[in-house]
Design a protein around this ligand. Structure first.
Ligand SMILES: [Zn+2]
Length: 599
């Protein structure tokens, strides 16, 4: 790869692969930037200001963008507030222990260790030097994938980043007359991003506290207007810019430049191997790369998997687009939305927990409501590594006597739930669907964790997954109904639904899949709507009590409605709330439901 680097660069990261038995040459390309955007921009925020938690995080969340927050460990940062930010995908990085000038070399490792102990779901692998002065750069690069200096006149970098990863430059924003810093207009931000676009490049900004706020903590240097940041993000969102953290963009560049691709075709599918051999003790370098392949076969629908897990694919402008993680297993792109399943003992259903009757065969279908409940204790048979992956059976103090291949079940009311779950565990369920369609997800779940705990669902061989963010319910025996984001596509007949535990310690009792416009055979009676929790709550005119909580679970307001749909209640209740993410709970006397909204 080393020798061909300059050639690959000249070709815009196009790797040509000849496909055996095919008249055409198949080409797999890696996007210069995630999502094949024109340029990358990173926003970094120094000194752990409370205003970063109260104002900056919600602003970025509003756009779905991620930012980097650099903490000084002895300045008493709001660890739980920054933990929430990490849970939302923001980067929490080091800005030393004491903000010394220069930063002592021993703080390179110690600040990383303190942040790693206090912030979970976060790799602390970038460092922003306090006072713009680098400590020992060799030690920095033994602990971090990159270190940030301040402006050096070449802040708008090319697609390969800085000349030295221990000296990544950033533009200081805000106003500080004494140091002639004056970078506080939307135009100044957009012109730098435009410059980055022109060279397929990357630009990084360095911001302290916010102008006009009294909760900047120690971040009082060179304050920046929140409205200017808002304007910059708004421009980025409509001008094909990837807004990524310092960590994400660095990993993307390193992986993109080190990755090798091979591809082969067989019938209506392309199998792609994406690998790199970067090996250090800092990171696995597993940030997803964005790939595309020419839609030479003019496929009208496509599905994709990596390591047999569904990935999202998009057909656009003659290409098939998808994201994949290097060194994480074969990528298979197949013609057809839900066809061509990968044959394997790990994914073939061996037992059924279906609750729907077997459909009678019919050519004609009607659009109807359908719902399916999956009991979590009824995962498929096949054992460890085949139908489930249980990581901590020994950790459990007691076991229920429900099935011999117990993968960690706990009692939940009169039934059972999966419990003692650990990040990385998964369970496969065989689901017989009478009706094909897009199904929304409601899960009955509990967690005693203090912050939101995520698990997700995907359907074998169908692109996409649904995340379920379970808020703290106080303990592991208190269950609540939580709605997932997005929908799952089920085909008529057998589907394998995979439940992935993304974050440790969430109990799940059951999952209900509901479709309002499923395609059902005319002979099949759809599930009676009256028994469906979802249908009852979806009905307008249900008298309900409605409450709003912030993302930390703090109660903000309550109101009773005599006739309103969840959407109408949210429209009413959200008046006067600041932009951000909120939880709305509404109850009708025979149950309650929790939904997450973004304002
Ligand atoms: Zn600082």
């Amino acid at each position: 790869m080393k020798k061909s680097t300059s050639l690959a660069m000249a070709m815009g990261w196009v790797f040509s692969i000849s496909v055996a038995g095919s008249a055409y040459a198949q080409t797999v390309e890696i996007g210069t930037w995630a999502g094949f955007h024109k340029a990358a921009v990173s926003f970094t925020f120094d000194d752990g200001a409370p205003s970063h938690v109260t104002d900056v995080g919600p602003l970025f969340d509003n756009y779905g963008f991620k930012a980097t927050f650099n903490l000084v460990t002895t300045w008493k940062p709001d660890w739980s507030g920054f933990q929430e930010m990490a849970n939302n995908g923001h980067e929490i990085a080091s800005h030393s222990d004491n903000h010394g000038n220069p930063m002592p070399d021993n703080e390179i490792a110690s600040s990383k260790s303190t942040i790693s102990k206090n912030i979970k779901n976060n790799e602390c692998i970038t460092l922003a030097y306090p006072n713009c002065t680098a400590p020992n750069k060799t030690t920095v690069l033994q602990n971090y994938i990159a270190g940030r200096i301040c402006g050096n006149g070449s802040e708008v970098m090319g697609k390969n980043g800085p000349s030295n990863w221990a000296e990544v430059p950033a533009i200081m924003t805000g106003v500080e007359q004494q140091y002639s810093i004056n970078f506080n207009s939307v135009n100044q931000f957009t012109s730098k991003m435009q410059e980055a676009s022109q060279k397929d490049g990357w630009v990084m900004f360095l911001t302290h506290g916010l102008a006009g706020k009294n909760n900047n903590g120690n971040a009082t240097f060179s304050p920046t207007d929140l409205s200017v940041l808002d304007g910059a993000l708004s421009w980025a969102s409509t001008n094909d810019i990837w807004v990524g953290t310092f960590r994400s963009v660095t990993m993307y560049i390193k992986e993109r430049n080190a990755s090798k691709i091979t591809a082969s075709t067989s019938g209506n599918s392309i199998t792609i191997k994406l690998t790199h051999s970067i090996a250090d003790n800092i990171s696995k370098y597993d940030y997803p790369l964005s790939l595309r392949v020419k839609n030479t076969g003019n496929w009208t629908s496509v599905s994709g998997t990596q390591d047999r897990k569904a990935i999202t694919t998009t057909i656009k402008d003659g290409y098939i687009y998808f994201d994949a993680v290097p060194n994480a297993g074969d990528i298979v792109i197949s013609s057809g939305g839900s066809s061509t399943p990968t044959s394997s003992s790990a994914t073939q259903p061996t037992s059924s927990s279906a609750v729907q009757p077997q459909p009678t065969s019919s050519a004609s279908t009607i659009t109807s409501t359908a719902s399916i409940t999956i009991e979590m204790e009824d995962y498929m048979e096949g054992g460890q590594g085949v139908s489930y992956n249980d990581l901590n059976y020994e950790e459990m103090e007691e076991h229920v006597n429900y099935r011999s291949d117990d993968a960690g079940l706990v009692k939940a009311g009169d039934g059972y739930a999966i419990g003692y779950t650990k990040a990385g565990e998964w369970f496969n369920y065989s689901v017989e669907a009478a009706c094909e369609g897009q199904y929304s997800v409601v899960a009955r779940a509990a967690t005693g964790n203090s912050s939101i705990t995520r698990f997700s669902l995907s359907v074998d061989n169908v692109a996409g997954s649904v995340a379920v963010d379970v808020p703290s319910t106080g303990d592991w025996d208190t269950y609540t109904d939580v709605e997932g984001s997005g929908t799952l596509k089920l085909s008529r007949g057998k589907n394998v639904v995979k439940v992935n535990i993304d974050e440790s310690y969430v109990n799940v009792d059951w999952i209900k899949l509901t479709s309002d416009n499923a395609q059902c055979p005319v002979e099949t009676k759809p599930a009676p709507a009256a028994t469906s929790v979802i249908t009852r709550f979806s009905l307008p005119n249900a008298p309900s009590k409605c409450e709003i909580f912030d993302i930390k679970g703090q109660h903000l307001k309550a109101k009773s409605f005599s006739a309103a749909s969840p959407k109408q209640m949210w429209q009413d209740m959200s008046a006067g709330l600041k932009p951000g993410v909120y939880l709305m709970r509404y109850s009708t006397g025979n149950g309650s439901r929790l939904m997450k909204f973004r304002k």
